[in-house]
Design a protein around this ligand. Structure first.
Ligand SMILES: [Ca+2]
Ligand SMILES: [Ca+2]
Ligand SMILES: [Ca+2]
Ligand SMILES: [Ca+2]
Length: 306
């Protein structure tokens, strides 16, 4: 587990415009949970915030990204704060717990004092455990090898249908060795005996018709097409006697999972201005805004057929 070494305290220098007095103010939100506004309709607009009922204070960070944050692990994102990408500190005249995540800011509590960023760099690091739940452990589909067997743009360790034949890998008879560190090629299903296990074979019965195209009803599931009256339980793609081609140039929707997805959000070089009196808060040190726990997420995507 990677540990980030960070300065936890949020310490700002308040420089008064009137007399040049320097006041050190400590914004202590370390023990406060970092929350997020859930916006399912817009996956690239984010609002993270912390509120303190005891002091009616809140920190908020809002920004837009080009890509969704919750789809990859071990990934860094940087956002240079400007325009509507903002970091703010506010003091309210009441408990701000329910202030955020409303389409229109509520009439109560009222903002008594606020500081809005004019500069700053946000960095976000994602971590979690990825799995395509295809019955092959991620270590065997080694992410570092960047394997993409079916060339559909989804690496094998995230691809629930590794050979792109529209039969999910978990249904293609994979057998692992005893300590589950490798595929047992002798015991794994190889219907046509061509030494390519079915989960990597796009023509499982070796009849010259791709498994994906032995799909009479074109429902992207070759497992429910069984034409041979003599073998009514055997799907056509595992039956070399049936060679009816139904061209299906579409992949099934892929799904993979990230468990315990967390985002570590840090901010550095912040300049916050009070719009009412131009009072300024500056902090050049790296601060941890917080770690956001997204729990377990599922990522669905239909690869483009090529
Ligand atoms: Ca793939
Ligand atoms: Ca896979
Ligand atoms: Ca196959
Ligand atoms: Ca067949």
């Amino acid at each position: 587990m990677k540990k980030l070494t960070l300065l936890l305290a949020l310490i700002f220098l308040i420089v008064s415009c009137d007399d040049g007095d320097v006041i050190v103010t400590e914004l202590d939100f370390d023990d406060v949970e970092l929350q997020r506004c859930e916006n399912v309709s817009d996956v690239t607009n984010y609002v993270f915030y912390k509120t303190k009922s005891s002091t009616n204070e809140a920190l908020a960070l809002q920004f837009e990204t080009d890509e969704p944050l919750f789809e990859e692990v071990n990934t860094s994102y940087s956002i240079l704060l400007s325009g509507t990408d903002q970091y703010s500190y506010r003091v309210f005249n009441g408990d701000p717990s329910n202030y955020f995540c409303n389409a229109i800011p509520p009439t109560s509590p009222l903002v008594q004092e606020e500081f809005i960023s004019t500069d700053g760099l946000v960095e976000i690091f994602s971590s979690g455990t990825e799995s395509d739940a295809d019955a092959i452990p991620t270590e065997i589909e080694d992410p570092t090898l960047l394997l993409d067997t079916d060339l559909d743009g989804i690496l094998d360790y995230l691809d629930f249908d590794d050979d792109g034949d529209n039969v999910p890998t978990r249904l293609e008879g994979v057998v692992l060795n005893e300590d589950e560190t490798a595929i047992d090629l002798m015991l794994s299903r190889d219907t046509d005996g061509d030494m390519i296990p079915d989960y990597l074979d796009d023509d499982d019965d070796g009849d010259g018709i791709l498994t994906r195209n032995e799909d009479l009803n074109r429902d992207l599931n070759p497992n429910n097409d069984k034409s041979d009256l003599d073998f009514p339980t055997v799907p056509d793609y595992l039956n070399p006697n049936i060679t009816v081609e139904t061209v299906v140039d579409v992949y099934r929707e892929n799904e993979y999972f990230i468990s315990d997805l967390t985002l570590d959000i840090t901010i550095t070089n912040t300049v916050l201005i009070n719009p009412a009196n131009q009072e300024e808060l500056r902090n050049e040190t790296l601060q941890l805004l917080g770690t956001y726990s997204a729990g377990d997420v599922s990522i669905k995507d239909t690869p483009v057929f090529n």
